[in-house]
Design a protein around this ligand. Structure first.
Ligand code: HEC
Length: 128
């Protein structure tokens, strides 16, 4: 191996390592949440109607993919009773519902009234 080849190989390895690190860090949706959204708290958290209302919205819009028991399909559609959901703030969840991730098959729910997204957050919390 010449010195130049060795140098190129070294740089190549460094770049691979750096991109691996970046991929690992960008693994969770919650890492992409802007801080002003991340810190929001659920304004409906203490409303007694929030959980049953969220359950109805869930049944209408979410159960078809995430299943009525929220355990997902074991493949592309994730369970919504999970450590990953429990690790999210209220704001992270509301942001993700608003944004969706269409590239990976999760629609955006920005067309729902904001109150319904918070009801969904209440519902998701209640089933953990
Ligand atoms: C058309 C199928 C579909 C529907 C309908 C749907 N989802 Fe999803 N959802 C997905 C897929 C696929 C993912 C994984 C997306 C990804 O990995 O980026 C996902 C991801 C999520 C996540 C993130 C889970 C995690 O641990 O990362 C949450 C929270 C979520 N959905 C909640 C909901 C709620 C609440 C509704 C109803 C308003 C809903 N979804 C409706 C397909 C769907």
């Amino acid at each position: 191996m010449t010195a130049t080849t060795r140098r190129f190989f070294g740089i190549f390895c460094l770049m691979m390592f750096a991109s691996l690190l970046l991929c690992a860090a960008a693994n969770s949706h919650w890492d992409r949440v802007p801080s002003k959204d991340h810190i929001r708290t659920n304004p409906l958290a203490t409303h007694p109607e929030s959980v049953p209302a969220g359950a109805l919205v869930y049944k209408d819009h979410c159960a078809q993919c995430h299943r009525s028991d929220a355990m997902g399909d074991g493949r592309k559609k994730p369970a919504l009773r999970s450590e990953h959901i429990r690790s999210a703030t209220d704001g992270d969840l509301e942001w993700f519902l608003r944004e969706g991730d269409l590239r990976h098959g999760m629609p955006s729910w920005s067309s729902l009234p904001e109150a319904q997204r918070w009801q969904l957050v209440s519902y998701l919390r209640s089933i953990q």
